[in-house]
Design a protein around this ligand. Structure first.
Ligand SMILES: [Zn+2]
Length: 158
């Protein structure tokens, strides 16, 4: 039982259906725990505070084995405890991302696969480390040469 910050518990950051189903170990070490705590204190707690609703983490820490299993980017900040994907039920993902852009510092903020007009579509990815870059991106699927590919554009665009 590890509390990371007043409103966030480690269990929220390590639960993964893939890890459970495939019995993949997903426990962070001390360094990753410190990174998760910093992410909570610097980013997720202020978001929780401002929106006044629970922040639901869909993917937090990923052990290298879990990250491979789900096809995550090789150097994903999820494997260092620096990143989390989340949503706030009842708040639009684009609104959440725009507020964070205006008010917070982070390493990378990505509005992922949001469809304008569908507040619950997609999710927000955010990472924190020091020094941080304050980089914002929007990820979307676009059709190129007949295939759906992921494209990243600067800013929070929707
Ligand atoms: Zn992510």
């Amino acid at each position: 039982m590890t509390q990371l910050s007043p409103n966030f518990h480690l269990s929220e950051f390590v639960q993964s259906q893939t890890a459970t189903r495939r019995r993949i170990a997903n426990q962070p070490g001390p360094k990753e725990l410190d990174a998760l705590r910093l992410l909570c204190v610097k980013v997720l707690e202020p978001v929780r505070q401002h929106f006044g609703r629970p922040v639901v983490i869909s993917s937090g820490y990923r052990s290298p084995a879990l990250n491979r299993a789900i096809g995550g980017a090789r150097n994903s900040q999820h494997t260092t405890g620096e990143a989390a994907d989340f949503e706030i039920p009842g708040a639009s993902n684009v609104e959440v991302a725009r507020w964070m852009w205006a008010k917070l510092n982070y390493d990378q903020l990505i509005l992922e696969f949001y469809t304008p007009g569908q507040p619950n579509s997609g999710w927000v990815h955010v990472s924190y480390c020091q020094p941080y870059r304050n980089q914002e991106l929007t990820a979307r699927r676009v059709r190129k040469w007949g295939r759906l590919v992921t494209e990243y554009v600067p800013g929070i665009v929707a």
